[in-house]
Design a protein around this ligand. Sequence first.
Ligand code: ZN
Length: 74
Amino acid sequence: MIQTCIRCGGPGAAVLSFNYDDRAVWLDDLVTPVGPGEGHPFCALHANRMTPPLGWTLTDHRNTTRLFAPLEVA
Ligand SMILES: [Zn+2]
């Protein structure tokens, strides 16, 4: 079963999860189908473009080698 990106409908590559209490969002590799309430599937492109809401932190737990290195933010 292939899950599709909630943004573009492309093949899913990552799962976005979040915790309201900690104001944390994180990305994991999409290895098992995401069940209801477990997170949101994203394609690699949209996962890489992910920016957390203001005041939230984004952690990338993916092991996938990225095509482009993320920009360093001073
Ligand atoms: Zn997408």
